[in-house]
Design a binder for this molecule. Sequence first.
Ligand code: HEM
Length: 178
Amino acid sequence: MQGFILKGFRDYASRRFGTDVVKDVFEGSSIGGDRRLAAWDYVGPDEFSSVIERLAQQTGTTRSDLLIRFGEVMFQTLINLPLRQQRCLTLFRYLESIETGFCQELDELVPRLEFPGLACCRLGETTLEMVYASPLQLGDLAEGLIRGSILHFAEPVTLERFDDAADPARVRFVLTRE
Ligand code: HEM
């Protein structure tokens, strides 16, 4: 996992809970104390997980709530990355182009990226399915990012989520335009 996710999470948590709480939680992590972490430095997924668990315990929130709400905010970072890939005008086109457009372009720029699968399929004129698949099992973060994209495009779309009890690494999302 890339450093920008952990750094973005720390910024988000500082705004929501204050810098004192966050300082304790991040103590001992790659960005605790005076350590500097570059956006594209590698951070082990276990480290991200343990920071989230500690913050959830300390603030009485849930891991899910933290990840979903962070995802909504993180979407703004992703959509503002200066990439060649053309901006899409509609939400569905945008989501469909992530796996084949943005991710491939970034792959050429930054080595060792590990993107989740984000396969899209039109189920009808007004319905899009997106299947998140990743060994990191961050379906909550994926939900937050999708929610962030819906807010960004400001289209009247409802989101449904279907977890796979047999496979926690896979979550199916269905977006329906009203
Ligand atoms: C709303 C759509 C999106 C969803 C649901 C999504 C989901 C995720 C999730 C859950 C992760 C954490 C890693 C994992 O679970 O395996 C991730 C990582 C990442 N995503 Fe996305 N993403 C979206 C859009 C984008 C866009 C538009 C970009 C690029 C412009 C992007 C670039 C990245 C990068 C660079 C990483 C880090 C990969 C790594 O750590 O090696 N994502 N994404």
